[in-house]
Design a protein around this ligand. Structure first.
Ligand SMILES: [Zn+2]
Length: 91
């Protein structure tokens, strides 16, 4: 089982969290082209390796935060609050 460290509550089991997908995606303006809007809605990467994601501690404090997770090993390399910049992580 994967464990995530909530920035507010500390280490918790995976089943307390909900993944919100890739973090840091900017919503385009409403008057953008259909192609840009489609890319925003459906054009996600699915990397084999490090992936920056949004997570919510659904069955805890309900806060959203970011995590840098390896999609192959499920190792979490960093977690940070939504208002903080992504920490430096050796790759
Ligand atoms: Zn929490």
């Amino acid at each position: 089982m994967m464990r995530l460290t909530c920035p507010w509550c500390g280490p918790r089991p995976e089943h307390e969290f909900h993944c919100g997908g890739t973090t840091g995606i900017q919503r385009p303006p409403l008057d953008c082209s259909d192609e840009t809007w489609g890319r925003y809605l459906y054009g996600r990467e699915n990397p084999a390796g490090l992936h920056a994601e949004r997570w919510r501690h659904t069955y805890g404090c309900s806060q959203w935060f970011n995590a840098l997770r390896d999609t192959q090993t499920h190792a979490v390399h960093a977690v940070w609050r939504m208002t903080e910049p992504m920490p430096e992580v050796p790759r």
